[in-house]
Design a protein around this ligand. Sequence first.
Ligand SMILES: Cc1cc2nc3c(=O)[nH]c(=O)nc-3n(C[C@H](O)[C@H](O)[C@H](O)COP(=O)(O)O)c2cc1C
Length: 166
Amino acid sequence: MKILVSTAGRHGATDSLGRELARVFEHSGGDVDLRAPASVACVDDYDALVIGSAVYSDRWVPAAKALVDRVSRSEHPPVWLFSCGPLHSSDRPVNVTSDAAHAASVLHATAHRTFPGKLDPERLSAGERQIFENSGAVAGDFRDWVLVCNWAREILACLTAGTPGS
Ligand SMILES: Cc1cc2nc3c(=O)[nH]c(=O)nc-3n(C[C@H](O)[C@H](O)[C@H](O)COP(=O)(O)O)c2cc1C
């Protein structure tokens, strides 16, 4: 089972979720490629694609959107999508951005999930810090590894059963 995991963000949280998905896939015997979107050329060899993007001001990052566009232009294996964004998931609605909805539509994605992310104010650019300070969002590490691992297992179960549908 050959799986491509390709993620894009600005400060590492989205990539860390991608690495965790890859770890679970590999632990279960999957043959996993972990690649930045810009380095993905051809997806013909894969049994599944997992594409993830950080969310900034309700948008996916450009590199992830560009990958979605490239992949959507030809035949491709089943696709799972995730967004990394909400910083305190318990009291905010899950956000499905227009970019995620577009990606799900053009790739006929099997599923899209939104996972809590991480925000360290010290790592932000001046512009990002201004947006963050005006947003009322709370800084911290809200990544939920159990959620991420469980989703990886759901994807594997679908692939093994040959019935993508999670
Ligand atoms: C300037 C700024 C804008 C953000 N906008 C959103 C947003 O619109 N929706 C959201 O869910 N999270 C938003 N976030 C939170 C980020 O998506 C979160 O920190 C994420 O984990 C970043 O991933 P990365 O480290 O891979 O870049 C924002 C964070 C910053 C700093």
